[in-house]
Design a protein around this ligand. Structure first.
Ligand SMILES: N[C@@H](CCC(=O)N[C@@H](CS)C(=O)NCC(=O)O)C(=O)O
Length: 190
């Protein structure tokens, strides 16, 4: 089994973290370089990472890949509440990925314009909800939604995209899990 990704993608890191101890090969791509882009196109025409190749089966999108892996390893599917948490986490992740790409396109992402205002509003609203969920104990266990949340927070910090440190429950959740070995092994800074 091969996981196509990059070391910096939070969507890939969540799966590498989930796959800790499992037998698979991580294929590290430079998704904006021509040669790797060709390989990525052949395996995921949506041109995004992650993608998973398991024998003849190729799966795109971290969410679908997680579903595939949970079934493969006979693990419990996520509850509807966890699916919703994942949707919230992904919504911030997607807004921040767009923000990063716009910044790299030399666009002022702090400007007062509809698209940018919508992203900022979503990010603030969702982080507040996730902070409340952390306070209620939704991320007490180290399950897939917790992994996804941790990878999002660390990536937002790494890329300096949004400051979430004033959310005390998110900060506490982050610190509590920061010493996990797999998170050091998948640190995008190394
Ligand atoms: N919904 C996708 C999102 C994946 C995604 O946005 N990946 C980013 C890297 S963090 C990417 O490949 N971006 C390339 C692009 O947008 O062109 C998933 O969950 O796998």
């Amino acid at each position: 089994m091969k996981l196509l990704g990059s070391t910096t993608s939070p969507f890939v890191r969540r799966l590498r973290t989930y796959l800790e101890g499992k037998d698979y090969q991580f294929v590290n791509l430079d998704i904006f370089a021509e040669a790797d882009r060709k390989y990525l196109t052949e395996n995921n025409p949506a041109l995004k990472v992650p993608a998973l190749i398991d024998n003849e089966q190729c799966i795109y999108d971290s969410r679908v890949i997680f579903r595939y892996l949970a079934e493969k390893y006979n693990e419990q599917p996520l509850s509807w509440q966890q699916e919703n948490l994942l949707t919230l986490i992904d919504s911030v992740n997607d807004s921040l990925v767009s923000t990063l790409i716009l910044k790299r396109s030399n666009i002022d992402t702090m400007q007062d314009a509809l698209f940018f205002n919508l992203q900022r509003e979503r990010i603030d609203t969702v982080l507040k909800v996730l902070d409340d969920e952390a306070a209620k104990g939704s991320f007490t266990q180290w399950h897939y939604p917790s992994i996804c949340l941790w990878c999002l927070l660390d990536w937002a910090q790494f890329r300096e995209l949004t400051d979430w440190r004033h959310y005390s429950h998110l900060s506490q959740f982050f610190e509590l899990n920061a010493s996990r070995t797999i998170l050091a092994e998948t640190d995008p800074r190394i």
